[in-house]
Design a protein around this ligand. Structure first.
Ligand code: PNS
Length: 164
């Protein structure tokens, strides 16, 4: 049984992430979408909220599970006998950081193998940050995120619970 993990901040999950999840789920027996911490990013949603939004968005994919983890990715990979880490690549600009991360992870734990999947061309410009900026500026985010995310973002705004 091949187990893959797709880690990310997912703040919030976008159609670009969903595209990678759908592609990756066809390549393994189990795919764990892992809500992880990127210390460089300040979040709008809590990990539990992000996990719930992902759960809603992937409910039709039977071999996809959701988990949250706060430590080093390689600790999770080793503990759960993960075969491969999946990351999405949009443009060349993603490559340098992803290359560094993959090599660092392999240095930390030699069993950490990273598989890069290309997003579809129509998602190649999409990011969570772009979605948030668009949302704060009253733009229409519907083409870029699953419905549950649009609803959750509106709820946050109405509840005044946005961190920025
Ligand atoms: O969606 P992102 O922000 O590009 O995902 C980056 C993420 C969360 C996968 C990365 O920051 C990560 O692996 N964080 C967990 C902590 C860790 O292992 N850091 C060392 C590798 S950079």
């Amino acid at each position: 049984m091949k187990i893959a993990v797709y880690p990310g901040s997912f703040d919030p999950i976008t159609n670009g992430h969903l595209d990678i999840i759908s592609r990756a789920s066809k390549l393994c027996d189990r795919l764990i979408v892992l809500v992880s911490n990127n210390i460089a990013k300040k979040g709008m949603f809590s990990s539990a909220e992000k996990a719930q939004l992902i759960r809603d968005a992937v409910k039709d994919l039977p071999n996809v599970e959701i988990d949250c983890f706060e430590g080093l990715l390689v600790q999770y990979v080793e503990k759960h006998n993960i075969d491969v880490i999946v990351r999405g690549l949009r443009a060349i600009s993603d490559f340098e950081m992803e290359f560094q991360m993959a090599l660092l992870n392999r240095k930390l734990y030699e069993g950490a193998e990273t598989l890069f999947l290309m997003t579809s061309a129509e998602n190649s410009y999409l990011s969570s940050s772009m979605v948030k900026e668009l949302f704060y500026m009253n733009g229409d985010i519907n083409p870029f995120v699953p419905k549950c995310v649009e609803v959750a973002m509106r709820d946050k705004l109405l509840g005044g619970k946005i961190n920025g």
